[in-house]
Design a protein around this ligand. Structure first.
Ligand code: C5P
Length: 395
């Protein structure tokens, strides 16, 4: 995630989720942002300004009468030059204040006094009953129509012991959402279908054949497409990764499951990106019982060929814009170009299998009808942003 050069004002309001704001501050700084923290009086009951100052590296302001700013106008000075103000956690009461244009403490006055080009994002955090109340929901609707971006809340166990909607998003989800917020919306209104991860072909109830794909590149592309404004569906083989915020994920196991899921969703898609490392073969006869070890012989397996999902999509009468991946072990330039033509797709991304599987970074070559272009080694997240921009340009 890259927020280099971004100036973020982080507002904390009263809620137990303030403890997550500490981790979020660290994540923002690691991503290259400058963080100016402003806290309400209620937030100070949950976490101290000293903690937030130590983590952000800047003076924390809590009081609108604080005289440390020379002109005594913290509510003006702190938002000028900011790229965004993010309130995390945002209490039900602070949402009410934003709806009504309240200016009765430093943070609310700062929000009201922000210039029109400073984005305001809020990450609500409250008890499930507080979130569900019509009054809160009216405030949510009003905030959205006022152009304020809501991040979450998530559903799950709450600190109060109850369960449901109202949990603040986790720090890494907030970072992902904020990074996405700054991306140009080059795929706005488009639908993008992505396959990711390995497939798993069973041999018997406890064994199977899979590969070393981690799903990282496919998930990074799902995040980047979502951040670019697309409606993203991710059809994923078994991975250990969290589903990106705002992305619909359909988990599958075998190549045939994946093929079926892709073909039933392909209708309305503008773009299909086949990143999954799909097993080429499946075991012809899957044993319903665990195959027992024999002292003198070992089992032999017969294989059948799996459907080629990408080729099936590319062969549709009016296919979406298709992007394929090729993980080669050698001779990438020749193999990549040949594979793009064989699969009959406009764009193919080539990489060297053992240099990408499970890694956080990669080196890729783009193949199209004009030839090829090598991109320098970079993180999968930043390659995904580049690829999405490239796809948008070609659509
Ligand atoms: O032919 P090969 O497996 O190397 O092609 C890789 C590309 O084809 C990837 O984009 C992969 O997701 C896709 N593929 C597929 N269905 C298969 C095999 C590969 O969609 N059965």
């Amino acid at each position: 995630m890259n927020l280099a050069g971004k100036k973020i004002v982080l507002g904390l309001t009263g809620g137990i989720a303030c403890y997550k704001a500490a981790e979020f501050t660290r994540a923002l700084i690691k991503a290259g942002a400058t963080v100016q923290v402003v806290m309400t009086e209620a937030a100070r009951h949950f976490i101290t300004p000293v903690t937030m100052q130590a983590l952000s590296g800047h003076t924390v302001y809590t009081d609108q009468w604080d005289s440390r700013i020379a002109n005594n106008m913290a509510h003006i000075d702190l938002s000028r030059g900011a790229d965004a103000i993010i309130i995390a956690p945002c209490s039900a009461d602070f949402m009410r204040k934003l709806v009504h244009g309240a200016a009765d403490d430093l943070l609310s006055t700062l929000c009201l006094a922000r210039p029109h080009d400073v984005a305001l994002l809020v990450a609500p955090a409250m008890n499930v009953e507080m979130w569900d109340k019509p009054a809160t929901q009216r405030n949510v609707a009003q905030l959205k129509s006022d152009g304020i971006t809501l991040l979450g809340p998530a559903s799950g166990d709450q600190a109060c012991g109850e369960t449901g909607l109202g949990r603040m998003l986790e720090p890494e989800q907030l970072l992902e959402a904020l990074t996405g917020f700054f991306q140009p919306k080059v795929l706005s209104g488009k639908r993008v279908l992505i396959t990711a991860g390995p497939t798993f072909e069973p041999i018997d109830p406890v064994r199977g054949i899979t590969n070393l794909s981690s799903g990282k590149m496919g998930y990074a592309l799902a995040r980047a497409a979502q951040a670019a404004g697309a409606h993203v569906t991710l059809i994923s083989g078994p991975t250990a990764l969290a589903v990106p915020l705002g992305v619909t994920c359909i988990p599958v196991t075998t190549a045939r499951n994946m093929h079926e899921a892709v073909m039933s969703h392909i209708g309305e898609q503008s773009v299909f990106i086949a990143v999954a490392a799909v097993a080429d073969w499946r075991v012809a006869e899957v044993s319903t019982q665990k195959i027992k070890k024999q002292a003198t012989s070992s089992p032999s397996l017969q294989f059948e060929t799996n459907p080629d999902i990408l080729a099936s999509v590319a062969a549709l009468p009016s296919p979406p814009f298709c992007v394929g991946f090729a993980a080669e072990s050698d001779d990438l330039l020749v193999q990549g170009a040949a594979k793009r033509e064989r699969k009959n797709i406009p764009l193919l991304v080539g990489n060297i299998g053992h240099q990408t599987f499970g890694k956080d970074d990669n080196e890729i070559v783009l193949f199209d009808a004009q030839g090829h272009q090598a991109l320098p080694r970079a993180s999968k997240d930043s390659l995904a942003v580049t690829l999405i921009a490239e796809i948008a340009r070609r659509l």
